[in-house]
Design a protein around this ligand. Structure first.
Ligand SMILES: [Zn+2]
Length: 212
């Protein structure tokens, strides 16, 4: 099953190489120099091996408290579908997925992941905690531990991410079982919140042996 091809500009000095959605592009000109192109590779693996599935019993939910960006929220919905997050809690100003612009980044996952809005994130966290959830907050502070030092966690877990500028509500941090940060090699102290949430959720889901 060939669904695309890679082509390359025939002019040697250019050699621009790029994908074409067509299996057999005819008369495709090089977008850089206008010369002709030739197919250099095509097709895709028709039978990839089955994707790894999580075999742990971890029950994982996400809590987005006062996330400002529709893009970040949509991106987290998409990640959540990929790594087995059962539910997303949206606290404070976090936009609901009914927003027309969110569909672009969530790609429909907002229709798969159950979600709930909470006007007061702290009370919702306290309620989850009272129901036995471990609160894991994604923040870099004086108490935080590096993500990859976490080797096991008791289920169920709620992973919390907070505002792009102000971070997580200090009262929610105080309710947390673990505060964790991503180790960094550069000068910046944090990543985009959706990226950081995704890395953390994947580590919790696939990176360790979880206790039942
Ligand atoms: Zn060219």
């Amino acid at each position: 099953m060939q669904t695309y091809s890679y082509v390359q500009c025939v002019r040697k000095a250019c050699s621009f190489r790029f994908p074409s959605p067509e299996t057999d592009p005819v008369d495709l000109r090089c977008p850089k120099c206008g010369a002709g192109t030739t197919i250099v590779a095509n097709g895709m693996d028709a039978s990839p091996h089955p994707l790894e599935r999580d075999d742990s019993n971890l029950h994982l939910e996400g809590f987005l408290d006062n996330i400002r960006s529709i893009f970040n929220t949509g991106s987290i919905f998409r990640t959540s579908e990929g790594c087995g997050i059962s539910k997303l809690h949206l606290g404070g100003i976090t936009p609901a997925p009914s927003h027309p612009r969110m569909h672009k980044t969530s790609l429909g996952s907002e229709n798969i992941i159950p979600w709930e809005q909470h006007w007061n994130g702290l009370s919702a966290i306290q309620q989850l905690k009272a129901n036995g959830y471990q609160i894991i907050s994604l923040e870099y502070n004086s108490n935080s531990v590096p993500l990859f030092s976490i080797r096991s966690i008791p289920s169920p877990v709620v992973l919390v991410a907070g505002n792009e500028n102000f971070g997580i509500d200090p009262a929610i941090l105080a309710e947390s079982y673990i505060v964790t940060h991503l180790p960094m090699t550069g000068k910046k102290e944090s990543l985009n919140v959706a990226i950081a949430f995704s890395i953390t959720a994947y580590w919790l889901r696939f990176g360790m042996k979880n206790e039942p």
